[in-house]
Design a binder for this molecule. Structure first.
Ligand code: ADP
Ligand code: MG
Ligand code: ZN
Length: 607
């Protein structure tokens, strides 16, 4: 094939070159010959200046004496019976006739053009039509790509911080590596493996790593590829995908974002989705259709295992479900290490500290942070990534990019300073709350300021006291504003919505209100999401609803009173922190310590 293509290309260029030469010659000679009127020609003939003439029916060419030189000329012949006579009389040494070649030349020239047009047409339309045809023909074919394993090999080494998950997946890898071993014993292996977990935890990466480890063909596709406008296309794509996989078994078929196609049937508001349903049915048929020892394993990945159709999760289908969790501190360190290998890290960087500061971050976030830090370092023309680059990257992720350009009036700045000082002070005064890492009144993203608290360790359980402390800290901003300015602003809006949310959860979900008791009143939100139960009545009475409202109100009110008490008792410290903030815009934990001990900036004047 490539040879043929080369030949065609060569032919094309030869043709183009010849044509160019022909046209060029034509133009050039025409240029050299001086076009003179017939009368002048006749005059020159009579004067005996003309030396050579070639007569064609449509053109007379020749040479004449022009002083000491000879010049070429051309002219259009007229009907002139006496031309030969005159030429003899003029003493022209050589004159001859020539057949009318011009039509042949022009034909060849035109043919050349025609050839070029035909060629171009073929090139542009025919070939594209051919390809388009192929595409049209393959509408029902799966778009799944077979990954080239040699090209970009991902292995378990590239996936960090989920050792248990990898442990579970090792069985699958082992089976794909030597299916015979398992066949001999007659054991049944899972046909389908479902990787589930929050977005960005590395599910897609893990699936690719399985293929890399097992070294088998890997067909990847995404659930959305099966949801087309036309009913039946998705189903036929599923069929095609499995056919292809069977041909190259042992193989892995990977369907990312499985929930796009495999949502529970009859779930959507306004009835089912025919196309999706057919696709899902076809998938079930395929899963049932091959024996587990055929060497094909279907891997699905989803963030929403709860919305998958239950039929998919039955034994013999996706019967191995593997959780890909949010990494803990050790996991985060490992993920950071994996990604730090790709960039130049300076000697002062400490990934353990970074990991400690990033609870709740998933692998994708951490990869992003490392990348951002590298960009940050490059921006500052540094040779290595420094710890402060990483820290800045984290803050950027938490709160959006620093908005240095935004101007804030002095009075606004003072309000923001007191607001943040309120948060920070309450956080300091309440025992057991996370240490304040930094307070800033530099606007970031939508927030005008922020108080960054960082936990000392990962927590999986939160006590009632901790939640109440959190509420108090959140209310600290508003309380400080009220206390200082006898006026409140909209600045606390985000805090307040968080407060209401937490308080409601305490009462309705966590059973932390004595009046309501240890009940969970909230339905599973995923069900509402599906629309399945959207019409269902709440599972509690109006009286309970009122009690819930009262309880939420009481909790928030009590926290607010407590917060205001703390701030009133420590008004001096509040002023000092606010003053320091107005001056420096950012203060860290050490500076805050100093202020609290009364060693730093004093009162604000004119509060
Ligand atoms: P998911 O499919 O779970 O949403 P991805 O696998 O697409 O997440 O992860 C996105 C990116 O985040 C990966 O390409 C990788 O760079 C990074 N990442 C996520 N989890 C991990 C991990 N456990 N170890 C290393 N990198 C990770
Ligand atoms: Mg993914
Ligand atoms: Zn606030």
């Amino acid at each position: 094939m490539p040879f043929k293509k080369n030949l065609k290309q060569m032919l094309f260029w030869v043709l183009a070159f010849t044509l160019f030469i022909a046209v060029y010659q034509n133009v050039k000679t025409a240029d050299k010959e001086k076009e003179i009127p017939y009368s002048e020609f006749k005059a020159k003939v009579k004067a005996g200046e003309v030396m050579k003439v070639t007569v064609r029916p449509d053109l007379i060419k020749g040479e004449y004496k022009d002083g000491a030189n000879t010049a070429s000329f051309r002219t259009i012949p007229l009907t002139d019976a006496k031309l030969v006579e005159d030429m003899e009389a003029g003493g022209i040494k050589s004159f001859s006739g020539e057949a009318d070649k011009s039509w042949i030349t022009s034909l060849i020239l035109n043919l050349g053009w025609i050839a070029i047009f035909v060629f171009l047409w073929w090139f542009l339309f025919f070939r594209q039509a051919q390809m388009g045809g192929k595409q049209a023909m393959s509408f029902g074919k799966s778009r799944a790509k077979q990954q080239d394993l040699k090209k970009q090999k991902v292995t378990f080494k590239d996936v960090a911080g989920c050792d248990e998950t990898k442990e579970e997946l090792n069985d699958i890898v082992d089976y794909l590596k030597n299916p015979k071993k398992y066949r001999l014993l007659g054991g049944e292996l899972p046909k389908g493996v479902l990787l589930y977990g929050p977005p960005g935890t590395g599910k897609t990466l893990l699936a690719r790593a399985i293929a890399g480890e097992a070294n088998v063909p890997f067909f990847t596709s995404s659930g959305s590829e099966f949801v087309e406008m036309f009913v039946g296309v998705g189903a036929s794509r599923v069929r095609d995908l499995f056919e292809r996989a069977k041909k190259s078994a042992p193989a892995i078929v990977f369907i990312d974002e499985l929930d796009a196609v495999a949502r529970a049937r009859f779930a959507g508001i306004g009835g089912g989705h025919d196309e999706r349903e057919q696709t899902l049915n076809q998938m079930l048929v395929e899963l049932d259709g091959f024996e587990s020892n055929e060497g094909i394993i279907l891997i699905g990945a989803t963030n929403r295992p709860d919305v998958l159709d239950p039929a998919l999760l039955r034994p013999g289908r996706f019967d191995r479900r593997i959780n890909v969790p949010i990494p803990d501190i050790k996991g985060r360190t490992e993920v950071l290490q994996v990604h730090a290998l790709k960039i130049k890290m300076g000697p002062d960087t400490d990934l353990n500290v970074i990991a400690r500061h990033t609870p709740g971050f998933v692998g994708a976030d951490l990869a992003n942070i490392v990348n951002e830090a590298a960009i940050m370092a490059a921006k500052h023309d540094r040779k290595f990534v420094e710890q402060k680059d990483i820290e800045e990257a984290i803050e950027k992720m938490i709160a959006g990019p620093q908005r240095k350009s935004r101007l804030i009036s002095d009075s606004e700045k003072k309000i923001v300073a007191y607001h943040e000082a309120g948060h920070a002070l309450v956080a300091r005064m309440l025992p057991g709350s996370d240490p304040v890492h930094r307070v800033s009144i530099i606007p970031r993203g939508p927030a005008l300021g922020y108080t960054l608290q960082l936990p000392l360790e990962d927590k999986y359980l939160t006590s009632k006291t901790e939640i109440l402390n959190k509420l108090s800290i959140l209310l600290g901003g508003r309380a400080a504003e009220e206390l200082t300015f006898n006026e409140v602003t909209t600045g606390a809006h985000d805090d307040l919505s968080k407060v209401s949310n937490y308080a409601q959860k305490m009462v309705m979900e966590f059973g932390m209100s004595e009046k309501i008791g240890p009940l969970s009143l909230r339905k599973d939100e995923s069900e509402v999401f599906l629309g399945r139960d959207i019409m269902r009545q709440p599972a509690y009475s109006n009286e309970t609803a009122k009690n819930v409202d009262d309880e939420v109100k009481r909790i928030v009110q009590e926290c607010f009173v407590k917060t205001k008490g703390i701030l009133t008792d420590n008004k001096k410290s509040l002023d000092a922190i606010a003053a320091a903030l107005i001056e420096k815009e950012v203060i860290d934990a050490a500076e805050m310590d100093a202020i609290m001990k009364g060693q730093a900036p004093g009162e604000v004047v004119g509060v």
